[in-house]
Design a protein around this ligand. Sequence first.
Ligand SMILES: NC(=O)c1ccc[n+]([C@@H]2O[C@H](COP(=O)([O-])OP(=O)(O)OC[C@H]3O[C@@H](n4cnc5c(N)ncnc54)[C@H](O)[C@@H]3O)[C@@H](O)[C@H]2O)c1
Length: 350
Amino acid sequence: MKVLVTGSSGLIGSAAVRHYDSVGADVIGMDNNMRQEFFGPMGSTQWNLERLQKETKRFTHHSVDIRSREHVFELVKTIAPDMVVHCAAQPSHDKAKDIPLLDFDVNAVGTLNMLEATRQHAPDAVFCHMSTNKVYGDAPNELPLIELDRRWEYANPEHFHGISESCRIDQTLHSLFGASKTAADVVAQEYGKYFGMKVGVFRGGCLTGASHSGVELHGFLSYLVHVAVHKKPYTIFGYKGKQVRDQIENADVIAAFEAFRNRPRPGEVYNLGGGRENSASVLECIDLIAKISPYQVDYTLGDTNRTGDHICYISDLRKIKSHYPEWSIRTSLTDMLGRMIEMEEHKAAE
Ligand SMILES: NC(=O)c1ccc[n+]([C@@H]2O[C@H](COP(=O)([O-])OP(=O)(O)OC[C@H]3O[C@@H](n4cnc5c(N)ncnc54)[C@H](O)[C@@H]3O)[C@@H](O)[C@H]2O)c1
């Protein structure tokens, strides 16, 4: 099996590379370390590429930009992959406002390049497209909430499981990032539904893991662990620190791709986050770090929230679980944080 992974040095891409290499596939990565251009040296994923090159057996890397249609088509034609895992992106909600053209070119046009190259040169391939819950814009904030001591919570019991795929995606405040990812999400669905290709769209909640290169504007849990271990100050943007996110470990994301590869459903959309069991507010994550490690986060509460930021977002996982009952969340938030702290300590000691 030949698996082409875009964004292969990033968080989810590198987890896909490791997984498919470990099961004996030929894995071809595409990543031009554009994350460094977006976020500066701390956002660089070069360290992760070097680790992949040391630790894998059948992985080859190409520093190809997904915006470069000519190179993308050439590479997809040469490889003729059986599977494409598309993770390359400008991933930050907040960063997009400074670089709207670049953001759209990478997220929307880059995705179209990947889909069309696959349609022309590998039409039978399974194509997993990594989308985001920001396609719902701030519509999830319309649900009635109650304020608890350390978190916001849904007021109505019928919302207990969180946001489902039926949440509307238009006429809400997305951020430029949410808009470019919505364009990509809808185009990807069309390649499944219109062309009948085996395209699955996965709308991520908070995806994380020990190989995340977290920065202030993207990769909340990873950045929180970084500031905790390095005793740096941390600012919480609004909502009293009670904003809720659901965290999913990258291995559980890859397991969802695997379930889809085994029984693809063309053009289907799935919410994919940690769900109710792995949901926590920023304050609760800070409490958990203090509980399982010697680190205390030195934080200040800012008054202003990030524009369009979700107040309480929990992915409703009932659809993916009903289509793929073999899939479930395997890594708890506590285990995830423990591994991330260990990795941060390891990096600090290097
Ligand atoms: N991490 C999260 O919390 C989260 C949440 C929801 C959705 N997602 C989505 O999941 C996907 C993967 O996210 P991630 O957290 O692994 O991101 P990441 O930033 O860790 O990895 C993305 C990789 O893509 C590469 N890249 C960027 N532009 C490129 C280009 N033009 N050509 C080639 N490579 C390029 C970057 O260098 C980086 O290594 C993205 O589509 C993101 O929007 C992530």
